[in-house]
Design a protein around this ligand. Structure first.
Ligand code: NAD
Length: 457
């Protein structure tokens, strides 16, 4: 046997699985046909956040006078896009080198080529090698879904329509851009590029952007985006894409926008093409149980390809769990406390269920809300439009969900994940001493509001 574990795909699911398996004493091979770090590092989370950092900073500099800073000529402010793109590329490049170093220092054998998978336990490489392994961890990720909109495929061939991947590799910005899909990718890209002077239109089929998110949160982002010049068309169905234009139905009315570029962001499909011979896929994804086992013995699937969550941090947690199982331990995934962060301006961070879901499922709950306009640190940061909402089970007092919108809330959500994992009650949270001044103390205030006894509201 050449390897104990072969991992297919070097994104946040695959490289974490490989390193964890090696740390547990396994002989491990990792196959990556493109760039280590996968979509997240190269064409997703990291480059987008790099662009959004510049967008946010530009907004702050435009408000410099609020902070007592004079001498900024707002009309002269502009973004040097090639320089920003170079920063993004340098940053992703250095993180990629970091992953490669980690893979090597953990003695994982890295194969920079396509793995051809015909039988479980056997891998052929595109360069003609044949390798045997005891277990396989599939981490092949996902690709942008292309909806069957007339003209779209031709527009993609002509380079008029692109996906998030090309949208994050642009060398020059278009004057205008239409984004099909007002989900996480669509909204983050719209915010980044509109700040850079691109005239952005979003076409979203549902009646609000960011559909699964708590409506109170998405309403704030909707207003902020419209204020910053993004044109949002909700309840809109794109009916045709043709070079230079998008036709759509908005509330039943036929409309047409002339555009320089279209970005397709209507969701992502698991990458299963290379896995078909293994017999693990169901036509759409690779179904797994809580131990991440597929229906084929000794073959595990983690991350976007298994169709559970499409989040890098879930992929990494699954990678770690699958590595343990592949090496004889028994661990099941728990998805009760998965944080969701959206890097809008300001940020959104959520965990657990929404108020709408609790109502729909008939779960009796109490809700506490604290507006950040009452919070000193948020006022100092000049970002007061957000709030923190906590849902607590009426019966047991445990936390069912937390929904936050505000400055840097993505850095705060993990604490609530700990609370949910540890099954802490709302009384436990109100006993915690939070730092002052901080945005996080609004969690304490929202918790006290659940009990009907807030101090500062
Ligand atoms: P998504 O599912 O978040 O949003 C797709 C949107 O497109 C939905 O709002 C949907 O209603 C809309 N839509 C679908 N078909 C349409 C059509 N024909 N016309 C108009 N609208 C249409 O998908 P995404 O934004 O492509 O993101 C893909 C995945 O990547 C998501 O699961 C997301 O969680 C993940 N992601 C996460 C982050 C983050 O964690 N910050 C960032 C980017 C992407």
């Amino acid at each position: 046997m050449d390897y104990d574990v072969a991992v297919i795909g070097g994104g946040p699911g695959g490289y974490v699985a490989a390193i964890k398996a090696a740390q547990l004493g396994g002989r491990v091979a990792l196959f990556e046909k493109e760039k280590l770090g996968g979509t997240c590092l190269n064409w997703g989370c990291i480059p987008t956040k790099c662009l959004l950092k510049t967008a946010g900073l530009l907004g702050e500099i435009q408000e410099a006078e609020v902070y007592g800073i004079l001498g900024i000529d707002k009309d002269a402010l502009r973004i040097d896009y090639p320089k920003l793109a170079a920063r993004k590329d340098a940053l992703t490049g250095s993180l990629r080198v970091g992953i490669e170093d980690l893979v090597k220092s953990n003695r994982v054998d890295l194969y920079r080529e396509q793995a051809i998978l015909r039988h479980p336990g056997e891998i052929r490489t595109s360069s003609g090698m044949s390798l045997r392994c005891r277990s396989m961890i599939l981490a092949t990720g996902s690709e942008a879904m292309i909806p069957p909109i007339p003209g779209l495929e031709d527009a993609i061939r002509a380079g008029f329509a692109i996906t998030n991947r090309e949208a994050l590799d642009m060398v020059k910005l278009p004057p205008s851009m239409g984004i099909i899909g007002g989900g996480v990718i669509g909204v983050e890209l719209a915010l980044a590029y509109s700040a850079m002077g691109v005239s952005v239109h979003i076409y979203e089929a549902m009646d609000s952007i960011l559909p699964p998110i708590d409506k109170d949160l998405s309403a704030i982002i909707h207003r902020r985006m419209v204020k910053s010049g993004v044109r949002i068309h909700t309840s809109s169905r794109v009916t045709r894409v043709q070079a230079g234009a998008v036709e759509f139905l908005e509330d039943g009315r036929e409309m047409k926008d002339l555009l320089d570029l279209v970005v397709v962001a209507v969701g992502r499909s698991p990458n299963i093409k290379s896995l078909l011979d293994l017999g693990v896929a169901d036509g759409k994804k690779v179904p797994v149980n809580r131990n991440l086992e597929t229906r084929v013995p000794n073959v595990y699937a983690v991350g976007d390809c298994n169709g559970s969550y499409q989040l890098a941090h879930v992929a990494s947690a699954e990678g770690s769990c699958a590595a343990k199982n592949a090496l004889g331990q028994r661990q099941a995934m728990s998805y009760e406390s998965v944080p969701i962060c959206i890097y809008t301006l300001p940020e959104i961070a959520c965990i657990g269920i929404t108020e709408e879901k609790a109502r729909k499922d008939g779960i009796p709950c109490k809700v506490g809300k604290f507006p950040l306009s009452f919070n000193a640190k948020s006022q100092i940061e000049n970002e007061t439009s957000g709030f923190i909402k906590i849902l607590v089970s009426e019966k047991y007092g445990n936390i069912l969900g937390v929904h936050m919108i505000g400055h840097h809330v993505s850095e705060m959500i993990f604490g609530l994940g700990v609370a949910i994992q540890a099954e802490l009650t709302i009384d436990d949270i109100t006993d915690v001493i939070f730092p002052h001044p901080s945005i996080s103390e609004s969690i304490l205030e929202a918790s006290m509001a659940v009990l009907g006894k807030p101090i500062h509201s």
